[in-house]
Design a binder for this molecule. Structure first.
Ligand code: GLP
Length: 275
């Protein structure tokens, strides 16, 4: 976690690769400082470069995941965890199978839970039992959703069953053989659950996310853009590529703030070394 009390920080990097590396660097820093940390993880195409970099860090730098616990944001319902489009399968394939994490400490909502409502409550309890989430990674949907909290979700919502919007089903249809195969429900952490993480990093890349990002950062806090709720969190960082940042009105200012903050940190470090 970066030093001191902060509020919201916006970091704009050249491309998706750089976004992934910066997120991985921050996750690795936390794991080294707190080996038994609790990570909140996301699926989707956006975090893939981050997971790739974490795998590289594990293989080449010995980054140790053996004491780490993870909670994924969401899962389709109903879906078999062995289905290639399930989020459990995604996490195994894109991260867990390539690092030394104890699989019994990787939580993803169970897509075949006989009672998904009960399962959602159980999931919340597991997060509490683990001591809460230290760092939550998020992506963002085109309509501003985080996890599967679609526009209209209560800002105080907890882990629960959600009915997916038609846009989300359409956006995700490309991953399934036939559009009618996309599950209609999901089990998802709520916005209230997400806001309880001690630190949040939202990743967004590509022009398709520019509108949602602008609304989330510079728009009003509204249930119509669930990601705007992050404005209420005391420690949140948006890591964006140029394309996803392209509709921010105060883009140049955010870049300037970041450069100035880095310069100040360097100065403090140098002064400390001289002392
Ligand atoms: C899905 C997931 C979200 C994710 C979003 C964006 O709806 N439930 O957690 O942030 O898609 O996905 P992508 O990163 O592929 O654009």
């Amino acid at each position: 976690m970066a030093r001191g009390l902060r509020s919201m920080e916006v970091i704009i990097l050249p491309d998706a690769e750089a976004v992934g590396k910066e997120a991985a660097r921050r996750i690795a820093e936390l794991i080294r400082r707190k080996p038994n940390c609790v990570l909140g993880l996301a699926t989707g195409s956006t975090p893939i470069p981050c997971y790739r970099e974490l795998i590289r860090m594990h293989k080449e730098e010995g980054l140790d995941f053996s004491h780490v616990t993870t909670f994924n944001l969401d899962e389709y319902y109903p879906i078999d965890p062995r289905h290639p489009q399930s989020y459990r399968y995604f996490m195994d394939e894109n991260l867990f199978n390539h690092i030394n994490i104890d699989k019994s400490r990787t939580f993803v909502p169970y897509g075949l839970a006989p009672d998904p409502y009960e399962h959602a409550e159980w999931y919340e309890e597991q997060i509490k039992k683990a001591g809460g989430i230290d760092l939550q990674i998020l992506g963002i949907g085109h309509n501003g959703h985080i996890a599967f909290n679609e526009p209209g979700s209560s800002l105080a919502s907890r882990t629960r069953v959600k009915t997916l919007t038609r846009e989300t089903i359409e956006a995700n249809a490309r991953f399934f053989d036939r559009p009618e195969d996309v599950p209609r429900y999901a089990i998802t952490m709520g916005i209230g659950t997400i806001l309880e993480a001690r630190e949040i990093i939202l990743l967004a890349t590509g022009e398709g996310k520019a509108d949602a990002v602008a609304k989330a950062i510079e728009g009003p806090v509204t249930t119509m853009c669930p990601a705007s709720a992050l404005q209420l969190h005391p420690r949140v960082t948006f890591i964006l590529d140029e394309a996803a940042a392209s509709k921010l009105q105060r883009k140049d200012y955010y870049k300037y703030v970041h450069e100035m903050a880095e310069a100040l940190k360097k100065q403090i470090l140098e002064a400390r070394m001289r002392a």
